[in-house]
Each structure stands twice: as C-alpha cells, then as structure tokens.
Ligand binder design. Structure first.
Ligand SMILES: *[C@@H]1O[C@H](CO)[C@@H](O)[C@H](O)[C@H]1NC(C)=O
Ligand SMILES: *[C@@H]1O[C@H](CO)[C@@H](O)[C@H](O)[C@H]1NC(C)=O
Ligand SMILES: *[C@@H]1O[C@H](CO)[C@@H](O)[C@H](O)[C@H]1NC(C)=O
Length: 281
C-alpha cells in the first residue's frame, strides 16, 4: 500500500500529542483530584486512616464505601450503549442488566397496536421507573411480572438477552463458567447455563457493589427525574449522544424492514440534494 509521507508525519505528530496529554494527566498531582473527607462522597466518618488508604488506592476519586453506586446507561438504539455497557459488565463488582425494559414494553404495549399515545407513554414510563427502582434494589422478582410466560417457581428461560449479563452467566447463578472467565459468548451462556433461577440472580446482585443497567427505551432523562433525585438510589447516569447521521446509517443496516424507505433513499437520492428525505408519518 502506498503511504504518503505527509500522512506519516501527521500521524506521528498526533501520536506525540496524545502521549504528551496522557503523561501530563497521569503525572498531575493526584491529591488535588482526591477531595478531603466528605460525608457525601466518602462517608468514612472519623476513620481517617481508612480514608487515606482508600484515597491512595483510588487516587482519582473517593466514595462512601458502604454506599452502592447505581449506574444507568441511557441511550437510543445504535449509539454505542452495548459497548459502554460491556465496560461495566466486565467488572466483577458490577451486576449488569441489558435492557430489562424490553419486558415492560412488550407486556404493556401489545406488538400490533404500536400505539404512541401520550397515555400509553405515561403508563410505560411509570412502569419503567418502578421497575428500575426495584432492580437497583436487587428485587428481581419484580421483573417477573413482566416476563411472558410468567416464571414458575422463580425460574425462567425467557429473560431478554440474559447472556449479555456476565453476572447471570457466572456463579452463583450458573456454574458452567468460572468467575474469572473473561469472554463468555452470549449464545454459549444461554445454551449451557440452565434455566435462570431468579433467587440466585438476586443473591448475585446483592453480593456486588454496583448495579449497572443499559436502556434505550426511555427517550429523555427528564422522564427519570424521580429516580435521579432520590438520594437513596445514588444514581449516576451516563447519557450517550451520537451523531444522528451515524445512528441513521447504522439503523438502516440493522433494522432493514423499519428503515426500508431510508435505504431506498440512500441508494437513489442525489447526494447533493438531501432535502429529498422522505417523510414518515
Ligand atoms: C454511607 O452510606 C451508608 C449506606 O447508604 C449510609 O448509611 C451512611 O450514612 C453513609 N455515610 C455518610 C457519612 O454519609
Ligand atoms: C414448583 O415448586 C413446587 C413445590 O416445590 C413443585 O411442586 C412444582 O412441581 C414446581 N413447578 C415446576 C413447574 O417446576
Ligand atoms: C433457586 O435457587 C434457590 C437458592 O439456591 C433454591 O432454594 C431454589 O430451590 C432454586 N429453585 C429452583 C426451581 O431450582
């Protein structure tokens, strides 16, 4: 492959700049970033020694060790939420759930009606908030009321994308893979782990310090105001925003039926006249 010398120099310069920034970040005085003991974020009260130990181990942040942090990854489809979710899923102290609101949507809004009325929307959002609150409290039985067919004796094999959650594929929930198994294939988990025992899943959730949930079914962060403002929940939200052109281009490939008209448009419309975008009602 031919490679222009200008490109090589540009690459080299970019790489030097990145390394310089990285080195500066890491050599910057960590104690400026580590805040003084603070009941809100550290919560170790009088135990100054313990505080210092934590501060040394995690120089970039401190937290109340007896307080769970809950994480919500809020996105729209094809914004990279599965990837970001994986970053949390791989952590052994995180109980990760992939799109539990799928069950709320399929139960409350029958597939055929595809209704978009505000009343339906409100019901769906209310139910979503309640479910999320329960899941952050490790109450997985609450989810059962949305799973079809309803789980028997708190076991089910119908949990949506169960294999996408490492916690649901490793002990104590499933003994097929060891706890240190890094790359559990989603399909392997579904095939090899037996029916999901929700009681064991609840235990697994309680054993871990954090619960992380990824959702694409809540359109706005404002819809979750009640959760965000609940101090007991200690919820941190990561909202992913991607260039809509990238989202559209990815959806055209992924949801071929829904985006059929877009695909035709992309293949036929003049690239210089994009006002010819077909309107969908
Ligand atoms: C730390 O978190 C625990 C559990 O939520 C709470 O009971 C305790 O009061 C917190 N400590 C402080 C100093 O806020
Ligand atoms: C559920 O548990 C009860 C009591 O242990 C048992 O009799 C029943 O057969 C179980 N049902 C299924 C479908 O396993
Ligand atoms: C699920 O796990 C719990 C806890 O180990 C156990 O008591 C229960 O019998 C299991 N349920 C089934 C249906 O195997």
């Amino acid at each position: 492959m031919q490679c222009s010398w200008k490109a090589v120099i540009l690459l080299a310069l970019a790489s030097i700049a990145i390394q310089y920034t990285a080195i500066r970040t890491f050599t910057a005085k960590p104690f400026h970033i580590c805040p003084v003991p603070n009941p809100l974020n550290c919560g170790l009260g009088q135990e100054t020694e313990a505080f210092e130990r934590i501060c040394d181990e995690y120089p970039y942040f401190t937290y109340n060790v007896s307080r769970k942090t809950h994480i919500l990854i809020l996105a729209t489809t094809r914004s990279g939420s599965s990837f970001v979710g994986q970053l949390f899923n791989q952590h052994s102290d995180v109980f990760y759930l992939f799109e539990p609101l799928y069950h709320v949507q399929t139960t409350l809004i029958p597939r055929l009606s595809h209704s978009k009325s505000t009343a339906d929307r409100r019901v769906m959002l209310g139910a979503s908030r309640d479910l999320l609150r329960s899941l952050y409290g490790c109450d997985l039985y609450f989810l059962e009321s949305y799973i079809k067919p309803p789980p028997v004796n708190h076991t089910t094999d119908k949990l949506f994308r169960r294999g996408a959650s490492k916690a649901l594929c490793s002990p104590p929930v499933c003994d097929v893979f060891g706890p240190s198994e890094v790359n559990i294939e989603e399909g392997d988990c579904v095939k090899k782990c037996s029916t999901l025992n929700m009681t064991l899943a609840t235990d697994s959730c309680k054993e871990r310090r954090h619960v992380a949930i990824k959702i694409v079914r809540v359109p706005e962060i404002g819809d979750l105001k009640a959760l965000v403002e609940d101090p007991r929940l200690n919820l941190k939200i990561i909202q992913l925003v991607r260039d809509p052109r990238g989202i559209l281009s990815s959806r055209i490939e992924t949801f071929r039926d829904t985006y059929r008209l877009w695909r035709i448009w992309r293949a036929t419309a003049c690239p210089h006249d994009c006002r010819k975008v077909p309107h969908r009602s």
